[in-house]
Design a protein around this ligand. Sequence first.
Ligand SMILES: C[S@@+](CC[C@H](N)C(=O)[O-])C[C@H]1O[C@@H](n2cnc3c(N)ncnc32)[C@H](O)[C@@H]1O
Length: 489
Amino acid sequence: MTEHRASRPHSAGPRRPSGPGDHRDQRSGRAPRAGRPPSDPARQAAYEAIAAVNRDDAYANLVLSDILDGFGLHGRDAAFATELTYGTLRAIGTLDLIIAQAAGREVARIDPPARDALRLGAYQLLYTRVPSHAAVNQTVDLVRSVAPGASGFANAVMRTISETTLDAWLERVTPKYEDDPVGSLAVQHHHPQWIVRAFAEALGGDLEETARLLIEDNQPPAVHLCARPGRSDAVELADEVNGVPGAFSPYAVYLNGGAPRDLAAIRDGRAHVQDEGSQLVAAALLAAPVEGRDTKWLDLCAGPGGKTGLIGAIAAGRGAEVTAVEVAEHRARLVEQATEGMPVTVFPMDGRSVGRDPDLPEEAFDRVLVDAPCTGLGSLRRRPESRWRKQPADLPPLTRLQRELLVAALRAVRPGGVVAYVTCSPHMVETQVTVSEGARRSGVEVDFVDARPLLPPGMPGLGAGPTVQLWPHRHGTDAMFLAVLRRTS
Ligand SMILES: C[S@@+](CC[C@H](N)C(=O)[O-])C[C@H]1O[C@@H](n2cnc3c(N)ncnc32)[C@H](O)[C@@H]1O
């Protein structure tokens, strides 16, 4: 974000019934003093979104559009509010270190409303071209409306932050790279240390490449569409939506902007929104050679139906039938909607019930996809707050579930058939460790299939095989992991 406008006159305030948009002192119920309007609507909207995320565990991408509507923000104002929200949420770890130094106290000891307003203010000062005086004044006005007693404190903190450049602040709060490279990258590029460590491990310890990944993770991703085979074609779709055909997936179209839900192709089922990496791994399962029958396909973790939508469209053209399993009922319904008119039958059930449920018999399927529930560390670009919410403690229960689902998949596939194990996380514990442990515990014999030739020819950066790890900074996709296993007995 590079621009900023003057604050709006008081009368152009938001239409929300309460919150900072109600220009009243939240505690006293009094209107603010004449001549001291609250900060402008874009900043108030950003504050509301940040506060909802930190206070109510909301997801920014889900709450933001309602908040923007509530404040009557469109076009450039909405874009500014979005940039402030997402940028602040991504950078919270680093902003908090700087605020703590400037305030002389831990951020945990600052009242949440003042703390969130300061985060938003510090982000403007350090990471945007908003003039300092505007960032300071607007933040103090905002604090006055959300935490009236803290406006003097906020003023002092903001002024202290504004006296030092970003580089100088980073110098103060960042560990020296030579002493602590992971800690240093974490602060510079706004990721928790444990995630930086996990990425570095998955990248073979290459810290320069890890830095490139972290930088990419801070960029908002382009929206990718999947042109459903048999219903649409990527080149024609790109023309229709004024997009660009994808670099790798034959089904991918990169959107140049605009809301996908407004597109006729989405509404009439010719395309769906799907990261190109997800398209590639789903198509890879269907590109793996199998001998003999090839008509019974299983998607064991189908909700909300992105990959099932592509697999189902291909199944229609190849005379196959897809069984789609999803444990969460509301997500199973989304799979039904996503696969309307396709040869897909959806079962709202636990994928681990293979062999115990007549709809999921053992050795019955020719191809099986396990798109396992995971930490989602491969798609941090999409949810700015998610990196700070995830914890290493999330891993053990997830990896157990991943292993059990992979074991179920290996039992469901017939000898000679193939299983694709996919995660949207590059964490080695969720990828290599789960795959080797799952294969070992399944009690069936498997061979690893080299997944690289199952992806489009000429794709760079696929590593030494047989598994494949896609990366935002190498491929422009989410960091999808793919292992393909053939059952041999
Ligand atoms: C990574 S998401 C799948 C995304 C989906 N394949 C797509 O492309 O849209 C994992 C899904 O697995 C589901 N899930 C979790 N545990 C499951 C289980 N035991 N059996 C079946 N599905 C499960 C989750 O509810 C979630 O919808």
